[in-house]
Design a protein around this ligand. Structure first.
Ligand SMILES: [Ca+2]
Length: 398
């Protein structure tokens, strides 16, 4: 215990506050975890599973840091999409679609959801099942609950559902690797979404979104169907807006295609836009960037992970898997984003030129950003730490 009566110098006082801030959290972690075990068992989780899942929970600095971090660097959509829809993800996706052709067609037939969209979502969520996440779900969720996160109640519910899924035999504890926030498996569902929407498509009696490709793909389709997917319709397409366009835009501000046509919108290659179908006009990078008319199915994708950039990445990747071309209008930048391969190469180049990033892993974290800033400064570029084409070329990348 702290001795409150001892006189403290300001420095010691600061240390005392620091200790107070950390110490009670450690002391109470075990009792908080014990409470979670009891709650799980009360919710029907087998005691052996609750005890094993929540044994040796320690304070996880990384989970807490991720949960508190504010996005300090604005991510431009051209960076986001260059990373998510790169040539490797397109070629990998085509290969995976051939490999799982029968499953994808069966899923498409059962749920009425376009198989190219399902494959694209799979590719972006888990790199076609290759990426699982670094966090052990029960421990990161327990950390979020016990650290007093503002969404502690939600995470508590997710934790209990996770253990219920294990208890009923859908998945094993060893399968629970995922994001810091609790999403896991090939579809990166949150546990509550898993409970609600996962399906046993390969009919082995378990809904296994970690190890079964059929279960994962069918569950994705089931999600989209429940989110209002309309069979046989597209997500949308690229359009051209008239010069100086001042009219409305926004995903939710829908109007009929004919109305858009009257406002001067045409298909990107000049084709006329007309018909009763309702669409919204999105301008993800403003009026000087690419423009798209988006339909109801775009909204279904949006509901998977509420961001325009996300829904557009899925949409565009699905087009590329289908063999369609690039987005035609260029993003409004003279410093385009980098693919995953280029990001890895950039890190290697930074290391080579003495801007230390540690082991190159393709992930642009604070250390890489700092190194990029140093390199940018040296080359007379704006030191914003952004992994763009300019600094990449300056360092010798192609
Ligand atoms: Ca199954």
């Amino acid at each position: 215990m702290m001795n409150n009566r001892a006189p403290l110098t300001p420095c010691l006082l600061a240390l005392a506050f620091l200790a107070l801030a950390i110490w009670p959290a450690h002391a109470s972690l075990q009792s908080c975890v014990n409470g979670l075990k009891r709650a799980a068992i009360k919710a029907g989780v087998r005691a052996s599973i609750a005890n094993k899942a929540l044994a040796n929970v320690r304070y996880d600095e990384k989970t807490i840091r991720f949960s508190r971090s504010q996005p300090e660097n604005r991510t431009y959509i051209w960076d986001y999409m260059a990373f998510l829809v790169d040539t490797k993800r397109i070629s990998d996706g085509k290969a995976m679609m051939r490999k799982h052709n029968r499953t994808l067609r069966a899923v498409e037939k059962t749920y009425g959801v376009d198989r190219y969209i399902i494959a694209a979502l799979w590719g972006i969520e888990s790199d076609y099942g290759q990426f699982r996440g670094d966090f052990y779900t029960p421990h990161s969720l327990a950390n979020l609950v016990c650290s007093g996160n503002r969404r502690a109640k939600l995470f508590r519910r997710e934790l209990i559902i996770t253990l219920q899924l294990v208890s009923r035999g859908d998945i094993k504890l060893s399968d629970l690797k995922g994001s810091w926030a609790g999403a896991f498996g090939q579809t990166q569902f949150m546990p509550s979404t898993y409970k609600r929407l996962a399906v046993d498509f390969d009919r082995n009696g378990r809904r296994d979104l970690v190890n079964s490709v059929p279960d994962a793909l069918a569950s994705t389709a089931n999600f989209l169907r429940k989110a209002g997917w309309r069979t046989g319709q597209t997500w949308g397409y690229e359009v051209k807006i008239p010069k100086g366009y001042r009219g409305r835009s926004g995903r939710r501000r829908k109007a009929s295609l004919t109305t858009w046509g009257k406002r001067g919108i045409v298909k990107i290659k000049g084709g006329k836009v007309s018909g009763k179908r309702k669409a919204g006009l999105i301008l993800p990078a403003g009026k000087n960037g690419p423009a798209f008319l988006v339909f109801r199915n775009f909204d279904a994708l949006y509901s998977y992970n509420v961001a325009i950039s996300y829904a557009l990445s899925i949409s565009h990747l699905s087009d590329r898997l289908r063999g369609r071309k690039h987005i035609i209008k260029a993003w409004p930048t003279n410093d385009p984003g980098l693919s995953r391969t280029q990001r890895l190469k950039l890190q290697k180049l930074l290391n080579k030129h003495g801007f230390n990033v540690g082991e190159a892993d393709g992930r642009i974290g604070p250390i890489t950003r700092k190194a990029i800033k140093q390199a940018q400064r040296k080359h007379g570029l704006k030191a914003d730490g952004r992994p763009g084409t300019r600094i990449y070329r300056k360092l010798g990348g192609r």
